[in-house]
Write a protein that binds this ligand. Structure first.
Ligand code: 3PY
Length: 256
């Protein structure tokens, strides 16, 4: 089965509102409508930038979706500092990243929390981009496939096939995040294929063949093409290169 590729930019904690508007405008200006038909493209700015970025994309009628970088699973209430799913839905988010390794490692996000967020997002009609990936020590110990597939099992726990098919998984080896070091296409493909095999085991081959598995971790315009031709890599979650409109759009072109 051919899966439409997805290129999603994770802007992390970058860009004030005026800066975000400029970046969104630059991406919109450079985007070729034919490429945007062939590839799903999303930008995931910080919460405060979501609305202004949405306004730019809507004004330009450009086919680029919006995603948040995190969310809380309860719909409302006394959760100081959190943002709810109805809030990001009202702004127009199609996607929401969950379980990025920076959230797991710096903010104590657990497999259980990732699961609650992913399930609540699916119920609300927003596709979670569930991030999984091993540290360098886990890779060096040689147990990275077990580690990553157990993160996948935990994230998808309690879902049925109908839920699972609406999720996206991003394999982001922690040793390749913000380090400039990228997994080789073979390393990335090995883990993405294992993720798909786990989804097949949990939900059947039909579901596994529909779920998009992205690679993330220092993907850029120089290495994207070789990663994106791998059979089990269905796109990219882009960090630093998503902050440069030219680089981001080159990656989108490489995904066609
Ligand atoms: C990176 O490329 O550094 C990322 O973390 C993408 O999410």
């Amino acid at each position: 089965m051919t899966r439409k590729k997805l290129i999603a930019g994770n802007w992390k904690m970058n860009e004030t509102i005026p800066e975000a508007v400029v970046l969104a405008q630059e991406i919109s200006n450079l985007a070729d409508p034919a490429a945007l038909d062939a590839v799903d493209v999303a930008v995931c700015p910080p919460f405060v930038d979501l609305k202004p970025v949405k306004t730019v994309l809507e004004f330009d009628r450009v086919n680029i979706a919006l995603g948040a970088q995190n969310v809380y699973w309860e719909p409302a209430g006394a959760f100081t500092g959190e943002i709810s799913i109805p809030m990001i839905k009202e702004i127009g988010c199609t996607y929401c990243i969950v379980g990025h390794s920076e959230r797991r490692n710096l903010f104590g996000e657990t497999n259980e929390g990732v699961n609650l967020k992913a399930r609540a997002l699916i119920e609300a009609g927003i596709a979670p981009i569930v991030c999984v990936g091993e540290s360098l020590s886990v890779r060096d110990e040689g147990v990275y496939l077990d580690f990553v597939t157990s993160q996948v099992r935990a994230a998808f726990a309690g879902m049925d096939a109908e839920d699972a098919v609406r999720a996206v998984v991003a394999y982001e080896p922690v040793w390749a995040i913000g380090t400039g070091r990228t997994a080789t296409p073979e390393q990335a493909e090995e883990v993405c294929a294992a993720i798909r095999a786990t989804l097949a085991e949990l939900f059947g081959d039909d579901v596994a063949q529909q779920v998009r598995v992205l690679y993330g971790g220092s993907m850029n315009e120089g290495n994207a093409a070789l990663l994106l031709v791998q059979p089990d890599i269905d796109g990219g979650l882009i960090g630093g290169a998503a902050l440069k409109a030219v680089s981001f759009i080159e990656i989108v072109k490489a995904a066609r």
